[in-house]
Design a binder for this molecule. Structure first.
Ligand code: ATP
Ligand code: MG
Length: 527
């Protein structure tokens, strides 16, 4: 049977062969920032696999780097992960395994597979060599097992200064894969840890802690992004040589990172924007964090569909920015109420309307369960500047002097004048064919229907439009929010999603309209 992606195929094989009867997965964020759209892709992948294989899914905080981590991030990540999916059945912390990880380190030293290196960091870097040149041994490599045990005990006891010594695996100093050239397993750090406080003056490196945490949790398939492919041999080395302590053999599988055109997906860069005060916080709607995307009005359903549409593959690629707009349209179209809005209002007067009248309009073009609403048609309306020209133009069928147009759901009007001040259109004057409320009775055919708001039913709302959050020379450009005022129908609920006819999808919350996607037809309707 073909499964939805290559990882699902692999897991299915492992179940079929009996290697892993019960599947356990984990999503392992480091609590050094908020989750972003890239993490959403990983969470959705884990979620789909957990659903398909009835797997256990753990939220694991990979908290081995106390200097950058905090409980604020732990709380935000927990909240955002649960917002995206209810499938996380337990939360674990790598820091809860510090004793076990330490035991694995001692186990390796006892077998001559790890040693304490007190070279200064720069010397150590030079001695690892590079792609064309093998590494050379530092003096620590020649120490006896008891000497290494004693030195590591001193590291553990807090007797070493930061940077004074590290514990390294003894693997292969000339290995073509740099990750295997006696990688660092433990470093000294006297920073206070958000969970373990001052208990530990040493912290395990990601490459050492990760496989151990996976094994201890019974994780069967440890999914990560492609940049860890070169680290897999080290993952396997740790599992192999600590098997006597751990008793489990998880496997690492890599998939392509999500990259979206024009969107910065890096906690480090997003953190810089927050720290420098360019945005109010991690939950600013300008940011592609889950908290920011939620504030902007993206729903879990939209983000899930986006992840699925981007696909789970082994090849890196950049997703076009338009993909998100497509997903928004597809997901929101069936669930968003239709309303009228005018982006750039110009006064529109009907000279001869004897009295206002009400029209009943559907709240959704396809789904009658949305019901209808009554709108007021009056002699003073607002229409969009984009619908108006001062004179006829080829292929332009909308508002210009002498043309007949239909006011959607209303009646047909003849445009008598388009008034300007200093070259700017300020007012349109028209005359109605009163009988054309019944389209069949219209005296003149109108080639197109335009949208309108009556002065009596409209109110002005601030709107935010989002451009790409670009990465310019390694720096984020946050001048990506444009603010406008839109006229919309009274009576919008909040928070809620709306499709404004002709304009697109918006999220209305706390008095602000957030633009999520334009309509596909918006460009085609320029006539
Ligand atoms: P960043 O570079 O933004 O800090 P990270 O990979 O360092 O991201 P982690 O907290 O370590 O962030 O990530 C947790 C999990 O989310 C990892 O398994 C990682 O592979 C995955 N992940 C992070 N960014 C992306 C992305 N852009 N696409 C897919 N998965 C991602
Ligand atoms: Mg990271």
């Amino acid at each position: 049977m073909e499964h939805k992606n290559f990882i699902a195929n692999r897991i299915a094989d492992d179940i079929a062969s009996g290697r892993t009867p019960k599947i356990v997965l984990r999503f392992p964020p480091e609590p050094n920032g908020y989750l972003h759209l890239g993490h959403a892709k990983s969470i959705v992948l884990h979620d789909l696999l957990a659903e398909e294989f009835d797997a256990e899914l753990t939220l694991r905080f990979d908290d081995t780097n106390p200097k950058k981590e905090s409980t604020e991030y732990v709380d935000a990540i927990s909240h955002d992960a649960a917002w995206l999916t209810p499938r996380f059945s337990r939360t674990r912390w790598t820091s809860a395994y510090f004793e076990d990880i330490h035991r694995c380190a001692v186990h390796l030293i006892e077998r001559g597979l790890a040693y304490v290196d007190d070279s200064d960091p720069e010397t150590m870097r030079l001695m690892r060599g590079d792609f064309g040149r093998g590494g050379t041994a530092s003096p620590g490599r020649a120490l006896s097992i008891p000497e290494n045990l004693a030195l590591f005990a001193r590291m553990r006891a807090g007797e070493m200064a930061e940077g004074a010594a590290v514990l390294r695996a003894r693997i292969d100093l000339v290995h073509p894969n740099m990750n295997l050239r006696d990688p660092v397993l433990y470093r000294v750090s006297h920073a206070e840890h958000h969970a373990t406080g001052k208990d530990w003056p040493i912290y395990p490196m990601y490459d050492f802690a990760h496989p151990i945490a996976d094994a201890l949790e019974g994780v069967t398939h440890s999914l990560c992004t492609l940049e860890f492919e070169d680290h897999r041999p080290l993952y396997d080395w740790v599992i192999e040589h600590c098997f006597a302590v751990l008793g489990a053999r998880p496997v690492q599988i890599e998939f392509a990172r999500l990259e979206v055109e024009g969107i910065v997906l890096s906690k480090r860069k997003l953190n810089a924007l927050v720290e420098s005060g360019h945005v109010a916080g991690w939950d600013s709607p300008a940011l592609p964090t889950l908290a920011g995307l939620r504030a902007r009005g993206y729903t879990p359903a939209v983000l899930r569909e986006f992840a699925v549409r981007c696909g789970f593959t082994k090849a890196n690629s950049t997703v076009p920015a338009e993909t998100m707009a497509e997903v928004v349209r597809d997901i929101l179209s069936p669930v968003a109420s239709r309303r009228m809005a005018v982006a750039d209002p110009v006064e529109f007067v009907i000279d001869n309307l004897p009295e206002s009248f009400e029209v009943e309009v559907p709240n959704h073009p396809k789904d009658t369960s949305f019901g209808t609403r009554r709108r007021l048609f009056t002699a003073k309306l607002w229409i969009d500047r984009a619908d108006i020209r001062t004179e006829a133009e080829p292929d332009f069928w909308r508002v210009y002097p002498g043309n007949w147009v239909r006011l959607k759901h209303g009646l047909n009007v003849l445009i008598k004048a388009v008034e300007t001040e200093d070259g700017k259109i300020v007012r349109v004057v028209s005359e109605a064919d009163i009988g054309s409320r019944d389209l069949k009775a219209a005296r003149h055919k109108a080639k197109t229907a335009i949208h309108w708001l009556s002065d009596a039913e409209s109110f002005a709302v601030p709107a935010q439009h989002y451009g790409p959050l670009l990465d310019v020379d390694g720096e984020c450009d946050v001048n990506c929010v444009t603010r406008t005022t839109m006229l919309v129908e009274r009576g919008l609920e909040a928070p809620a999603h709306y499709e404004f006819e002709r304009l697109g999808y918006f999220y209305f919350a706390e008095g602000i309209l957030h633009h999520l996607a334009s309509l596909k037809t918006a460009g085609a309707r320029t006539r």
